[in-house]
Design a protein around this ligand. Structure first.
Ligand code: BGC
Length: 813
């Protein structure tokens, strides 16, 4: 690999993609082009130019449980095993960089991509991501954790500014990435679409240089999200290495011109080019055909692995005693009525760029039918999947459930394909009303009811008191159905625990009144009080707390010992059934210290124990246990004082606790009384003055832009004075709604365009459109149709000529 002899133009050409999925190579310097592909829970390798929204065809690959399900396993080693299989498949399918895992913090349960993310907690998200990354990279494939950072809503996803205080950003939103980077050393990382405090992630020096590289020691490539870069020149300066997918030569030209004009240093380009070239050498493949497919042995082995992973992800949320025994596992040979469309037509992943063309598919109904452990009394659809009212389906289901042939009802419920998608946030946290109506009718039958719930995010459960058992499956991948059956029949003891809190109703969420934000500025008003950090501090009851999950075993905990280095305690399985306990370590800071949530997760361990077996467990403290980000010195500090350490089964159930004197590097600093409502975590009561204290600066209220710019989403044109722009948006909106109603799935292309700012046109059109042409489009949107058209044509001619010249120059190198 020879970079020294490359011209500025050649180096600049390495810094943007050649096509939807390919980087540019330079043969004479021994730098091959490499392939990037989604996504976090399976390989989505498209041939040709493809699309980045999961719509087009891709090679078959194993669909593992999505991140939100995987996190419920609380098992980073399992994530590593899954990562290894992903890496193997990536290799075989000619992929060098796998675009995942996604590890954004779940700020609000309605974010459309939450199913692609792990948790509301950074320690859990970071550790799970680190496991997956290690596994992927063992195969010489680069993992690419994303979306860095503070990316929490899909509405306006490419035109949103996350306004956040530095301390919350560091402690809650960046710590997961920090753990992933420090522990697993990913070779690349993907920046997010949004701005952070006014600066795009891909050109954010503070994020990419000060924090990622200087503080965490990242030495890899920073790739933009697809169409997510803004100024090519600012990105190179700030630490963004590769723009994807395909700005053609427009960015190359901008970079070369900036060097010529002295606005960009050659050494910055050298550094970025070396980062891209290093990926090519680290992931170099030999002998893999572009159209290679998976072999039968891998397909089979990975399907089994997908099942094992799915088994660990299932969370038993309720299991009542009926007639002297718990409803689950189902009694041998019980006669089961299987009810619910999702039992027959499975749903096991979300919609969007992460969508995998799975090698196999299972349905829960088939699995029941083939089970030797239970008898199927019958199947009824129960509800229309898309939520249309159909009372006849409910009547049919009730008739089956009431019949003498049925002993237990298994109702399979869930969210449909429209509800969980990239590009679209959920509108509410409810299941379709028809499913809730079905549950009301089934309750009247009076037989035991088991609910199997398929959804990548929490839903409100108005019928929870009417059912006897609830198994939360999540989006469990292509082998999710057989995994669920094995849990229902007791072949597998459930060991999953919730990786996010389940509020009773959406209104209980700390940010329910300000999510998603329709204007540019999304203000993170709740500060650090996200998920259980809020519910526990503000004393808001939840349906199921963070970390919650039942098993068929019983565990007890004793003999907590705390020393300077960590804690030790004993855990015993007091039942006959072998099982796994997920033990969680929480800490509470000194009473006179800085503002903090009531408790915070700092470590966890999954302990497998045979019936009546005990084990002594040790957890060491680490750099994350007692630290906080000190706003004054802008550095991590530990407060000296009396801390509380808690060993818990979930965030509300503390089994053992002790006080522990920590000798830190600063005396406790009492929280500023001006923080008002924040002192008790009551973030919804906090006014602007308290918010300004939390942020250390006044925070202006979000406002609408008066004139449309290159960075405002096309959606905003619905208010444009220009007839053309207004009409185009209305047509797109109507088209999207109609497609959704007709197909049951969102129209991702239309959504992408609506949330896209015009600048993205010059990032995704292989150089056909440049910045001058974008400005012309913007003039049209602002009602200057004639002027805009004229400039567009002139810029088009200039751009074509410039592109031809660059292509010629690169060819003759
Ligand atoms: C998504 C990324 C994805 C990329 C490539 C973007 O729209 O946000 O997560 O990796 O497309 O498909």
């Amino acid at each position: 690999m020879e970079l020294e002899n490359l011209s500025v133009l050649e180096e600049a050409s390495l810094l943007s993609g050649a096509s939807e999925w390919d980087s540019r190579g330079i043969a004479k310097a021994g730098i091959p082009s490499f392939v990037m592909s989604d996504g976090p829970h399976g390989v989505r390798r498209q041939l040709g130019s493809g699309d980045h929204l999961g719509i087009g065809e891709s090679k078959p690959a194993t669909c593992f449980p999505t991140a939100s399900a995987l996190a419920n396993s609380w098992d980073p080693d399992l994530a590593e095993e899954m990562g290894k299989a992903l890496g193997e498949e990536a290799r075989k399918l000619d992929v060098n960089v796998l675009l995942g895992p996604g590890l954004n913090i779940k700020r609000n349960p309605l974010c459309g991509r939450n199913f692609e993310y792990y948790s509301e907690d950074p320690i859990l998200a970071g550790r799970m991501a680190a496991g997956l990354i290690r596994g992927i990279q063992e195969n010489g494939v680069s993992a690419c954790p994303k979306h860095f950072a503070v990316n929490s809503q899909e509405l306006r996803r490419q035109a949103s500014n996350s306004v956040i205080d530095e301390r919350t950003m560091r402690e809650v939103y960046l710590t997961a990435f920090e753990i992933a980077v420090r522990e697993a050393k990913p070779w690349s990382i993907m920046t997010s679409y949004n701005q952070i405090n006014g600066v795009y992630a891909h050109e954010n020096h503070h994020l990419l240089q000060d924090i990622l590289r200087d503080e965490w020691g990242f030495d890899g490539m920073v790739v933009s999200d697809w169409g997510g870069s803004n100024s090519a020149v600012d990105a190179v300066k700030a630490g963004g290495s590769l723009e994807m997918p395909s700005p053609g030569y427009t960015s190359v030209k901008e970079i070369v011109d900036a060097v010529a004009a002295g606005r960009l240093s050659k050494s910055d380009i050298d550094r970025r080019a070396a980062e891209v070239a290093r990926i090519a050498s680290r992931t170099r493949t030999t002998g893999v055909q572009r159209d290679a497919l998976l072999d039968a042995a891998s397909i089979d082995a990975h399907h089994q692995l997908a099942r094992r992973v799915a088994e660990s992800c299932q969370v038993l949320l309720k299991n009542d005693v009926v007639a002297g025994r718990t409803v689950l596992p189902l009694a041998p040979q019980s006669r089961v009525a299987v009810i619910g469309d999702m039992a027959k037509t499975p749903r096991f992943q979300g919609t969007g760029s992460s969508k995998v063309n799975s090698t196999r598919e299972e349905s829960l109904l088939d699995e029941f039918m083939h089970s030797a452990d239970v008898t199927v009394a019958g199947y009824r659809q129960g509800y229309e999947r898309q939520g249309d009212a159909n009372p006849a389906l409910i009547e049919d289901a009730v008739a089956l459930a009431s019949g003498d042939g049925t002993e237990v009802v298994v109702a399979v419920l869930g969210l449909d394909e429209r509800s969980e998608s990239e590009g679209l946030d959920r509108e509410h946290m409810k299941l379709p009303a028809v499913q809730n109506d079905l549950m009301k009718a089934l309750k009247a039958v009076g037989k035991p009811i088991v609910v199997v719930l398929i959804a990548g995010s929490p839903v409100e459960l108005p019928w929870i008191d009417d059912v006897d058992a609830l198994l939360y499956v999540g989006l469990a991948g292509q082998a999710g159905a057989s995994a669920s059956l094995r849990v229902l029949t007791g072949a597998v003891n459930p060991s999953g625990h919730l990786a996010e809190s389940w509020p009773v109703s959406y209104d209980d969420c700390p940010n329910s009144q300000c999510f998603p934000v329709a204007e540019r500025d999304a203000v993170y008003r709740e500060g650090p009080f996200v998920g259980y950090r809020y519910y526990e501090t503000a004393d808001v009851p939840v349906r199921f707390p963070f970390g919650y999950g039942l098993t068929y075993s019983r565990f007890s905990y004793s003999d907590l010992h705390v020393d300077e280095q960590g804690i030790a305690f004993s855990v015993s399985n007091t039942s006959d059934v072998a099982g796994e306990s997920v033990v969680q370590l929480y800490v509470r800071g000194p009473a006179n210290g800085v503002l903090r949530p009531d408790r915070e997760l700092k470590a966890f361990v999954k302990v497998a124990l045979r019936g009546h077996e005990s084990s002594r467990v040790r957890i060491d403290f680490d750099r994350y246990t007692f630290r906080h980000f000190d706003q004054t010195s802008q550095s991590w500090k530990v407060e000296t004082g009396r801390w509380t350490v808690m060993v818990a089964e979930h965030c509300e159930s503390v089994m053992l606790q002790a006080e522990h004197e920590v000798v830190g590097d600063m005396e406790p600093v009492p929280a500023d009384p001006e923080l008002g409502a924040y002192l008790k975590g009551r973030v919804k009561e906090a006014g602007d003055a308290e918010l300004a204290v939390l942020f250390g600066r006044p925070v202006p209220a979000p406002k609408k832009a008066a004139v449309f710019g290159a960075n405002d989403p096309i959606l905003a044109w619905q208010d444009s004075p220009g007839f053309l722009a207004r009409t185009m948006v209305r047509i797109l909106l109507r088209h999207e709604r109609k497609t959704r109603e007709k197909t049951g799935s969102p129209d991702l292309n239309a959504l992408f365009v609506l949330n896209m700012p015009p600048r993205v046109m010059c990032k995704m059109t292989r150089g056909q459109i440049n910045a001058d042409m974008v400005d012309a489009v913007v003039a049209i949107a602002n009602g200057h149709a004639c002027r805009g058209m004229g400039s567009f044509i002139a810029a088009y001619i200039r751009n074509r000529k410039a592109n031809r010249n660059i292509a010629k120059e690169l060819q003759h190198g």
